[in-house]
Design a protein around this ligand. Structure first.
Ligand SMILES: Nc1ncnc2c1ncn2[C@@H]1O[C@H](COP(=O)(O)OP(=O)(O)OP(=O)(O)O)[C@@H](O)[C@H]1O
Length: 328
């Protein structure tokens, strides 16, 4: 069953918003179901200079899409265009299949900029959004659940202006998803977080996925995208390219073998050397070692006085891939 609505509904937002085309809603929030699809979405802040052109994107329940793209590629713009919160020229369509939920209940958007009331406490900030989005009846339980999920109990009564940058980021994330929306957009959620808080966010995103939510996330570091995503999409030249499952992208990347050592030239000085080989298997490592110049060939290391300091075999990672795909 499909209801047709313009997107977003005017009454859902306080600011007047240009609508990115048409939105239709129908039933279905199971794992693997497409909850949000954007087709031929375009957006320009100023006419004639499009940031997004013909973007297509599908967010499925139970998956988390990592959005890769260089600085200025338009990642933040895309998230804003999906939620209809940008002013500019738009085209194309965004469709939600979320069992008839209105857009503001269906989508949670943790923006890059932290949006909190500094003079209110953590609990008051989270509660304010809960009451706006859910109403008083449902708000109490949602506030309690959210404070617990983000481990905010100890600072619940602290005013936001007394918090650190990382604590504010966590509160901002908590408040953004207090209404447990099936679609969750996170723009650089790991900024300013220490290791423990970052792990908390990674655990939360994984839990949301397991519960069937569809997640779209941006991050500046490939390691973060790797931990937060199951699928990858690249945004480049205003267009998206679906890269497929994270595991598939990683398995197409090479392992790296680094050898570091030193060759005494005129003691006590050492001539340090480092050699990095990209390889996909240990067999390949063995064959590639045959290509190494003889003065650093493993079998000759001892004979020529080389000292091997360390050997490091790194698994494939998204870093090299991201550098290649985001580059000029
Ligand atoms: N409010 C705005 N008005 C005009 N142009 C804008 C506005 N916001 C962003 N832009 C431009 O749109 C383009 C995309 O910016 P956007 O912030 O979406 O990129 P991004 O991929 O999120 O970058 P980053 O990784 O640096 O956060 C940039 O050229 C930017 O200058």
């Amino acid at each position: 069953m499909t209801d047709k609505n313009t997107f977003p509904e005017k009454a859902d937002f306080q600011d007047p918003i240009k609508t990115p085309g048409r939105l239709r809603q129908s039933m279905g929030t199971a794992h693997g179901t497409v909850l949000l699809s954007a087709e031929r979405l375009s957006f320009a802040f100023t006419p004639g200079t499009p940031v997004l052109r013909d973007v297509s994107l599908h967010l499925k329940g139970g998956t988390s899409v990592g959005l890769l793209g260089a600085n200025g590629a338009g990642k933040t713009t895309l998230l804003g265009a999906l939620t209809g919160t940008l002013r500019g020229t738009t085209g194309g369509s965004v469709r939600l299949d979320v069992g008839g939920l209105p857009a503001r209940r269906a989508i949670g958007f943790a923006t890059q900029a932290i949006a909190l009331y500094p003079v209110l406490t953590v609990e008051e900030n989270v509660g304010h959004l809960a009451r706006l989005l859910l109403g008083r009846g449902e708000a109490k339980a949602a506030i309690e659940r959210t404070l617990e999920e983000f481990a905010l109990g100890p600072i619940a009564r602290t005013r936001v202006h007394h918090l650190s940058g990382g604590q504010r980021r966590l509160v901002h994330l908590a408040a953004s998803f207090v209404h447990a929306p099936p679609i969750r957009l996170l723009d650089e959620p790991t900024v300013a977080l220490d290791f423990e808080a970052r792990q908390l966010v990674v655990r939360r995103v994984r839990a949301w996925r397991e519960e069937g939510a569809a997640v779209l996330v941006t991050a500046h570091y490939p390691e973060d995208i790797e931990e937060l995503s199951t699928e990858l999409v690249l945004l480049r030249d205003g267009k998206t390219r679906d890269l497929g499952a994270l595991g598939t992208v990683l398995s197409s990347q090479a392992r790296t073998l680094s050898l570091r050592g030193a060759r005494p030239v005129s003691p006590p000085a050492d001539a340090s050397w480092e050699l990095t080989l990209a390889t996909s298997s240990l067999e390949e490592v063995r064959s590639k070692l045959g290509e190494v110049p003889s003065d650093v060939h493993l079998s000759e290391l001892r004979l020529s006085g080389n000292r091997l300091r360390d050997i490091l075999l790194r698994d494939p990672s998204l870093s090299a891939f991201a550098r290649e795909s985001e580059g000029p």
